[in-house]
Design a protein around this ligand. Structure first.
Ligand code: XMP
Length: 189
């Protein structure tokens, strides 16, 4: 697996530092809005890519919160792009009403914005007190940069990345750093 790495884009130490920073910012903003910790806070992580990010982030949030995992696939896992792909929604596990609840949607990477858009639409119907969005990575391409998002850990070049939860063909999620893969890896299939 390690021989497939082209280069480390973001190291595990840098990720850990930034996750702590973002958690502090989220905590500060939520407490400011409610003049104290929010009574009801639900994190909505979009699976599977945000798994490791969320695991680290929640342990830096000193708030009473619930997790409501959802999956939305806009990317087949066999291609190194999500562009133009249809969004297949499976948000059925969300409660019908989320009135009074502050929601934080969490995704691994903002690319076309289709995934986050689908999540926000589904959540709006449930009328929560607020909806915030947080992504680990945002690709520096027009669609992603124009998409309104509250918290971004890192802006990255428009390249395909894996590691820290992100995959190629289902592999490499367990790499602790965010990396690019050698070109021959994509030619193997
Ligand atoms: P959209 O286009 O909906 O993309 O904003 C978000 C989803 O597309 C997948 N994606 C990637 N996955 N490395 C990955 O491992 C990448 O560089 C990449 N770009 C997009 C991912 O599933 C994400 O949630």
């Amino acid at each position: 697996m390690l021989e497939d790495i082209d280069r480390i884009l973001i190291s595990r130490e840098t990720i850990a530092r930034r996750v702590r920073e973002i958690a502090q910012q989220i905590t500060h903003d939520l407490c400011l809005e409610e003049e104290g910790p929010p009574a009801e806070l639900t994190l909505v992580p979009i699976l599977t890519g945000s798994l490791i990010f969320v695991a680290d982030l929640i342990r830096e949030l000193p708030l009473k919160l619930q997790l409501n995992l959802v999956s939305i696939s806009s990317y087949s896992g066999t291609k190194a792009t999500s562009r133009g792909a249809a969004v297949e929604q499976s948000l059925t596990k969300l409660p019908e009403s989320m009135a009074g609840t502050h929601v934080l949607v969490i995704d691994d990477i903002l690319d076309s914005g289709n995934t986050l858009r689908a999540a926000i639409v589904a959540l709006h119907h449930r009328q929560p007190a607020s909806i915030r969005t947080c992504v680990l990575l945002r690709k520096q391409r027009p669609e992603a940069m124009a998409f309104p998002v509250d918290y971004v850990c890192f802006d990255i070049p428009d390249v395909f990345v894996v590691g820290y939860g992100l995959d190629y063909n289902g592999y490499y999620r367990n790499l602790p750093d965010i990396v690019t893969l050698r070109p021959e890896v994509f030619r193997r299939r």
